[in-house]
Design a protein around this ligand. Structure first.
Ligand SMILES: *Cc1c(COP(=O)(O)O)cnc(C)c1O
Length: 397
């Protein structure tokens, strides 16, 4: 593959391997294993498998390898490992490199399952975790110690859309030799420059924008070849969180169109955020790509665009938020994001239900907050749908 190719060319052609049939569309190698010509070849392959020499689908598979190579090329990472879900990627990235006695600093504003891994699971195995307000570099500076092994954060937090200064945190972490692990879902692979900005390990839930059509769970971990093949692969291949070949095929096809979809979604999200400014019934409209966002300059520097998700705070708390959701005609009530279909979520009662009320308040997950993942429908239709639902929420008081 030509490393000089621009992103959209890499997304269509990167990582392609053709069989003897020279198929146009990538083949699905739906096989758990591979046949060896001789016993000696089997022995040699178990001893040291070369590139494109496969043993067992839990270790690697040609369709999965195509996906890994394509996303690594886009992200500018040396290598990648595909996983069964985004959480297999998050937990694998952390657990593969940590041991009892290690110290991790993490942003507190996290997707519920990420918080569970850090707060409940890693600590059970003797890893010390310090939580900070990810947007405050002073707190990172105070919490990171000489013996800190890793830092973890969502570059844009779910669902409050606070943005972490990736370059700033990476500088503080690298000064003590800590590994910077970034959950980059909300930034999306299209707007990410995470590796160039100092991330050592980048994690995506491929379930979100990479599939982008709500079909399959998946995840991917990107980093240096040393980290991916030396630290991560032995952990993943023995603990079993590998991606299936069928899922990898879906994700490969997702990558072909991700740039077109995500750019259209981000343009729509900005238009919706603009249309909703000053709308009666809305206490807040949070969109990282709108100048009203507290970290607008950082967003422009770090991502260039604001991504595909907006957060709305309805006046009137949970009853108003529920009336809003129930009045939507086009936007679906569900909990995925990055999908071609627009989706609205009430985090306080669904994705972040498990959090105690004081933590919800501290993280800005208020009863009136609705997360809106903007799809690829017509922008005017979406604006009209959202505006009428806000009005209905108001009228129902
Ligand atoms: C969805 C999500 C995950 C988990 O991904 P799954 O594919 O659902 O396992 C992790 N982090 C963030 C920020 C997410 O949005």
């Amino acid at each position: 593959m030509d490393s000089e190719w621009k992103a959209r060319t890499k997304l269509v052609h990167g990582g392609t391997r053709r069989s003897q049939w020279n198929e146009v569309s990538e083949a699905i190698f739906l096989t758990q294993g591979f046949v060896y010509e001789t016993a000696e070849q089997a022995e040699a392959r178990f001893l040291n498998a070369g590139p494109d020499e496969y043993i067992y689908a839990r270790y690697g598979n040609p369709t999965v390898a195509m996906f890994e190579e394509r996303i690594a090329a886009l992200e500018g990472a040396e290598d990648a490992f595909a996983t069964a879900s985004g959480m297999a990627a998050v937990s694998g990235a952390l657990t593969s490199m940590l041991r009892a006695g290690d110290h991790v600093v993490s942003a507190r504003a996290l997707f519920g399952s990420c918080l569970y891994v850090l707060e409940e699971i890693l600590t059970r195995y003797g890893v010390e975790v310090t939580f900070v307000d990810g947007t405050d570099l002073e707190q990172w500076r105070d919490a990171i110690r000489e013996d800190t092994t890793a830092v973890f954060f969502e570059s844009v937090a779910n669902p409050t859309l606070d943005v972490v200064d990736l370059q700033g945190v990476a500088e503080i972490a690298h000064a003590v030799g800590a590994t910077v692990i970034v959950d980059n879902v909300f930034a999306t692979p299209v707007f990410s420059r995470a590796i160039e900005q100092g991330a050592d390990v980048v994690v995506y839930s491929a379930t979100k924008h990479i599939d982008g059509q709500g079909r399959a769970l998946g995840g991917v971990i990107l980093g240096t070849r040393d980290f991916i093949r030396g630290t991560l692969e032995p952990y993943m291949k023995h603990t079993g969180g590998s991606m299936s070949p069928f899922t990898a095929w879906i994700m490969l096809k997702g990558l072909e169109t991700i740039s077109l979809r995500v750019r259209a979604q981000a343009d729509s999200a900005l238009a919706i955020a603009e249309a909703l400014q000053g709308q009666a019934g809305l206490a807040r409209v949070i969109y990282p790509g709108h100048p009203s966002h507290a970290q607008y300059d950082l967003v422009q520097r770090q991502m260039g665009k604001g991504g595909t998700v907006i957060a709305l705070e309805l006046e009137g708390g949970q009853p108003a938020a529920f009336r809003f959701l129930n009045a939507l005609q086009i936007v679906l009530i569900s909990n995925n994001l990055g999908d071609a279909k627009s989706i609205a979520t009430h985090p306080a009662t669904t994705t972040h239900q498990r959090l105690p009320d004081d933590q919800k308040v501290a993280l800005g997950i208020t009863p009136g907050l609705v997360r809106l993942s903007v799809g690829i429908e017509d922008t005017e239709d979406l604006v009209a749908d959202i505006v009428q639902a806000v009005a209905a929420a108001q009228a129902g008081k």
